[in-house]
Design a protein. Structure first.
Length: 308
């Protein structure tokens, strides 16, 4: 199996302040890079981890078993974190989100995530999800496609690409990543193709739509703040501005001081916010990490702690 290199590994593990008897949740297990490091540090604790992708779960199960058996894996969406923690009667001391897809998912051509490899248009993390990229591309109206490309891809040629898709699918169903890349390519001015692949933004947008990524992340981050133990931390690694904006604004909201008491000496504890920011500015990868792993280039790590 081709490897996934974990992003901001040391920074994330350090920022979680791991206690050896603590309860930790990895919302995005992937290939257990972060989870392995957590598990090594909790001989008397327990790790709970989620992934929609069954390949990630079975690979990681083996990898983690070599460290210890203090873990439980869920092959399901992280939106179930709150429900599962309530069932298990636990309050996590740390929760980690390392968003997006793993390199293993991207490199597996058959999954249809990559604009560099020809494959059926799929892009589902969860193979039981009825919504595929093919459904989005062939059935969504031009207005919806334009909105998705604009909002989730920040694609400035959104309308042009959506119209070209509509024209093409009137002749023949669009079935493969290559067919979609060719359509997008025709809509892109030559000089804009030099710096970035023309299909990058549209592929990102369709992937977000297919997997309902932003809505699920926003809901689950709010749930995670509710169930976090006192002194517990949440670490979030994002890879694009839309995810980062959601994280930043939720963290800002819950760490906001009451303006009436702001700056006053001896503020009673109960009037302080429940959370404090551990990272005022996001932690970014160092140059050597970016050189070693290009995928880390756009990563940002934000961390928050429950204080009461
Ligand atoms: C960037 S990878 C995580 C890599 C991992 N931290 C490591 O070091 O190996 C993200 C993983 O999260 C999973 N994922 C993304 N969204 C999810 C969701 N809503 N629920 C569960 N898993 C999700 C993906 O399938 C992928 O395996």
């Amino acid at each position: 199996m081709e490897k996934h290199i974990s992003v901001l590994l040391k920074e994330t593990i350090d920022s979680l302040n791991i206690k050896e008897n603590g309860i930790y949740v990895d919302a995005t297990l992937g290939f257990a890079g972060h989870s392995s490091e957590i598990l090594k540090r909790i001989p008397n604790g327990k790790l709970y981890a989620f992934d929609k992708d069954e390949t990630a779960i079975s690979y990681s199960n083996e990898r983690l078993n070599k460290i210890s058996n203090n873990f439980k894996l869920y092959n399901e969406g992280f939106e179930n974190i709150k429900k599962r923690c309530e069932e298990e009667n636990i309050k996590p001391d740390g929760i980690l989100f390392d968003l997006g897809v793993s390199s293993v998912e991207i490199d597996d051509a058959s999954r249809g995530f990559s604009y560099m490899k020809d494959a059926p248009l799929d892009m589902r993390m969860d193979k039981n999800n009825p919504l595929t990229a093919q459904v989005v591309v062939n059935t969504y109206k031009v207005e919806s496609l334009t909105k998705i490309f604009r909002e989730y891809g920040e694609e400035k040629h959104a309308l042009k690409i959506a119209k070209e898709i509509e024209k093409e699918r009137q002749n023949k169903k669009i079935e493969t990543t290559k067919e979609l890349v060719d359509i997008i390519d025709r809509c892109y001015p030559y000089k804009e193709k030099r710096n970035t692949h023309p299909a990058k933004k549209v592929f990102q947008a369709i992937r977000i739509e297919v997997n309902n990524e932003l809505e699920e992340f926003e809901k689950t981050l709010k749930d995670s703040l509710e169930i976090l133990n006192i002194k517990g931390r949440i670490a979030v690694i994002t890879f694009h501005s839309l995810e980062d904006r959601i994280c930043k604004s939720i963290f800002k909201e819950v760490t906001k001081e009451n303006p009436v008491i702001k700056g006053m000496p001896n503020i009673p504890k109960e009037m302080l916010p429940d959370f404090k920011l551990i990272t005022n500015k996001p932690i970014l990868p160092q140059d050597y990490e970016i050189e070693h792993n290009k995928r880390s280039k756009s990563a940002k790590l934000r961390v928050i702690e429950r204080i009461k």
